[in-house]
Design a protein around this ligand. Structure first.
Ligand code: FES
Length: 111
């Protein structure tokens, strides 16, 4: 019997400022909510554990510096636009794509 604690579904857990207005955006085809004033990185990582795959190893990446300096948080929008998630404010209706077909092997599919 395993005693390991299961990984949380989200990388970030919101513990403060939870009364801010809600903002809807689409994450990998699913409408989800975050809060006004969130960066795109925060908005994504309150729902899942990564923002993209490394182009070198395909390992999941969740940003590193969080201040716009390391290039680790580039994400794609459905229209092909690339955004640095840690320095991009979340906007209502954004449509972001972070998953590839190989993600179902790690996360078990779904959102
Ligand atoms: S996390 Fe380093 S540039 Fe965004």
């Amino acid at each position: 019997m395993s005693t390991a604690t299961p990984l949380p579904l989200a990388q970030f857990v919101r513990v403060a400022e939870t009364a801010r207005a809600s903002v809807s955006f689409v994450l990998d085809g699913v409408e989800v909510k975050a809060l006004a004033g969130d960066t795109l990185l925060t908005a994504i990582l309150t729902h899942q554990r990564h923002v993209r795959r490394s182009e070198f190893s395909t390992e999941p990446r969740a940003g590193f510096c969080l201040i716009g300096a390391c290039q680790d948080c580039w994400v794609c929008c459905e229209d092909g636009t690339r955004l640095r998630a840690c320095s991009t404010p979340l906007r209502e209706g954004m449509r972001v794509v972070t998953r590839t077909g190989s993600d179902t092997k790690i996360y078990g599919g779904g959102a």
